[in-house]
Design a binder for this molecule. Structure first.
Ligand code: DAK
Length: 260
């Protein structure tokens, strides 16, 4: 197992957890952290044992954004390279075959809010805070925050958050639909694990296809997206899980899925 400087990686049964672990800088995303994340995500993608991934943070932040101290010294070319690399790493999270739960423990600002949004589901502790403060730094969100935020909370609310750069607390994030649930600080990881265990129960292959259908479909028109859904629906008919799921129903027993 590779040792990471800014991340902690744990795997228990079929659930993996990445803890962002650079608390002195509120887990801000510097190049080194993104490098480590990129390598780890490649490993997770290949790991057939991992069926759900949880991402959380150590200390008072989930991720307080991209590392400002690193960005302030970048040339335009370095900025562009960093941007392309960062986008690639975020794409890796979104395109993982496994569902990803963000367990947002604290500040999720800028790139940190965008990282939470790239995950499939967000659970927040009562201490979590969200925001896209980029305009206060003279920039705009660079990890697709201007695109994912309106998709999650609607245009008007997203624009208010993007134009003011203001921070909102966990309950407000819940009210606007940015997070699925708010729980006590000490319950955050238990909740995330409990949800992960619920996701472990149905057919893994079907969940993989669901994720593909939603993520691809949301970025296209309804007719094309529905056709794509039909293709993936058809694909599930070639899986052992579909055979097992339907046979188990008819035989009135619990299905034993294999994920293929
Ligand atoms: N980068 C670097 N260091 C950070 C940081 C950040 N984003 N956020 C916090 N820190 C550091 C602080 O500098 C401080 O370091 P020391 O002074 O102790 O050395 C330490 O973490 C603790 O922070 P504070 O002392 O400030 O703690 P407080 O509790 O008082 O305040 C805070 C917490 C989260 C309100 C505050 O730290 C804060 O406002 N942080 C900045 C939040 C922010 O503006 N985040 C957005 C960053 S911009 C792109 C893609 C993405 C992006 C850009 C481009 N491309 C693809 C092109 C993303 C941009 C961003 O995320």
């Amino acid at each position: 197992m590779i040792e990471y400087k800014n991340l902690v990686f744990e795997k228990q049964e079929n659930i993996a957890t990445i803890t962002m672990d650079r608390p002195k800088a509120l887990n801000a995303l510097n190049k080194e952290t993104l490098d480590e994340l990129s390598i780890l995500l490649d490993e997770i993608k290949k790991d057939k044992e991992i069926q759900v991934l949880i991402i959380t943070g150590n200390g008072k932040a989930f991720v307080a954004g991209a590392d400002i101290t690193e960005m302030m010294n970048m040339t335009a070319i370095e900025g562009q390279e960093w941007s392309l690399f960062g986008q690639k790493v975020f794409d890796k999270i979104e395109q993982l075959p496994q569902p990803v739960i963000a367990a947002v423990n604290g500040f999720a600002l800028g790139g940190g809010c965008e990282m939470a949004m790239v995950c499939d589901i967000r659970i927040a502790s009562e201490k979590a805070k969200f925001g896209q403060p980029e305009v206060s730094l003279g920039i705009i969100p660079g990890f697709a925050g201007t695109q994912r935020l309106p998709r999650l909370v609607g245009l008007g609310v997203a624009k208010e958050l993007l134009y003011t750069g203001k921070m909102i607390d966990a309950n407000e994030a819940y009210r606007i639909g940015l997070v699925n649930k708010v729980v006590a600080v000490e319950e955050l990881l238990n909740e995330a694990n409990a949800l992960a265990k619920q996701i472990l129960k149905p057919a893994p292959f079907a969940i993989k296809m669901c994720k593909k259908a939603v993520n691809t479909g949301i970025n296209t028109d309804l007719t094309t997206a529905s056709e794509y859904e039909a293709t993936l629906f058809g694909l599930t008919f070639s899986s052992d899980d579909k055979k097992e799921g339907m046979e188990a129903f008819v035989e009135k027993r619990k299905a034993a899925f294999k994920g293929k």
